[in-house]
Design a binder for this molecule. Structure first.
Ligand code: FAD
Length: 277
């Protein structure tokens, strides 16, 4: 087991005071015990989570945790992004996840700016202060012109100054390793960390996967459907499948694993324990 591969955990900014308190006082300390490299906090393009993202990033950073805020232009102009970057730098944040984002429905007037442009913007404004992560898609971004074009656009982001990439989640391990090979073939030599989504709720996962273009292999969806919503069975099967997926990734040299924790300690913690992490 490649225990030297770093792990990281993703949070979304809670909408309620109760969720915020649980995240800051229970979830984060428990996950910190697994010694992640950092916690990332998502950002709604269009500013829908701006205040909440900022609030959670500030609270976690002040609590001594290593935090990577996600950011994208959305409806923001250059001044708003520079203010955010300066705020993060002053807070002691050293890493950001730079994204184009998706415009939430109902938000008008925003512009979707390619992540490569945001990466260039950050480098121009903040120099080398931030380690910049970008998104990668082993099963290819749903709006991509083609497989090869999507990989070329990933290369543009990395060439613009991003340091590493985190993938969209996937359950087909072959898609990840094939993707790494294709990336290497066009000269990408920066780490592409595997993004992993633990399984807790089949309906939510199926809906989300349809939107983001992640494939749930038929044998997994059939098995999950068969549990007819029994949470215990879904969770236990999910832990088994995702542990196996991560083990294969680590055994074959994945440079790290980024868990989409959904703000829950379990099943992420159990999966990490199974892996001996
Ligand atoms: P880009 O890299 O800009 O690519 C978007 C699309 O445009 C791709 O199809 C690409 O092939 C194409 N493209 C890129 N450059 C060009 C070009 N020059 N010409 C033509 N086509 C081009 N969403 C959120 O809203 N908030 C979050 O916090 C968030 N966090 C995420 C974290 C991770 C690790 C991942 C994998 C995704 C996350 N997302 C988040 C989702 C992401 O914002 C969406 O997938 C979005 O649709 C694409 O963002 P991107 O940064 O990959 O875009």
């Amino acid at each position: 087991m490649a225990s030297s591969s770093p792990i990281s955990f993703e949070f979304f900014p809670p909408k309620t005071e109760e969720g915020r308190e649980r995240l800051l006082e229970k979830t984060t300390p428990r996950l910190q015990a697994l010694q992640p490299e950092y916690f990332s906090v998502t950002y709604g393009a269009g500013g829908s989570t701006r205040d909440n993202t900022l609030d959670v990033v500030t609270a976690l950073t002040k609590g001594g945790y290593s935090v990577a805020p996600h950011l994208s232009f959305g409806t923001d102009d250059n001044d708003a992004i520079t203010a955010l970057l300066d705020h993060y730098r002053d807070l002691g944040v050293k890493r950001v996840v730079a994204l184009r984002g998706d415009m939430p429905s109902g938000v008008g007037g925003g512009r979707l700016v390619y992540a490569s442009e945001l990466v260039s913007f950050i480098r121009k404004h903040s120099g080398d202060h931030f380690h910049i992560e970008v998104a990668a898609y082993p099963e290819i971004h749903p709006q991509a012109e083609s497989y090869d074009k999507d990989i070329e656009h990933l290369k543009h982001k990395l060439d613009a100054g991003a340091d590493s990439a985190i993938t969209q989640y996937f359950y087909n391990v072959e898609s990840y390793f094939y993707f790494l090979d294709r990336c290497a073939a066009i000269g990408i030599d920066k780490p592409i960390v595997a993004g992993i989504m633990p399984i807790t709720n089949y309906e939510n996962l199926a809906r989300f996967s349809r939107n983001c273009g992640a494939d749930i292999p038929r044998w997994i969806s059939k098995r999950l459907e068969g549990f007819a919503g029994c949470k215990e069975s879904v969770t236990s099967f999910g832990i088994e499948v995702v542990t196996q997926l991560c083990q294969t990734l680590l055994d074959n040299g994945a440079p790290g694993i980024h868990f989409y924790s959904m703000n829950q300690v379990e099943p992420t913690r159990q999966i990490c324990r199974n892996l001996g992490l």
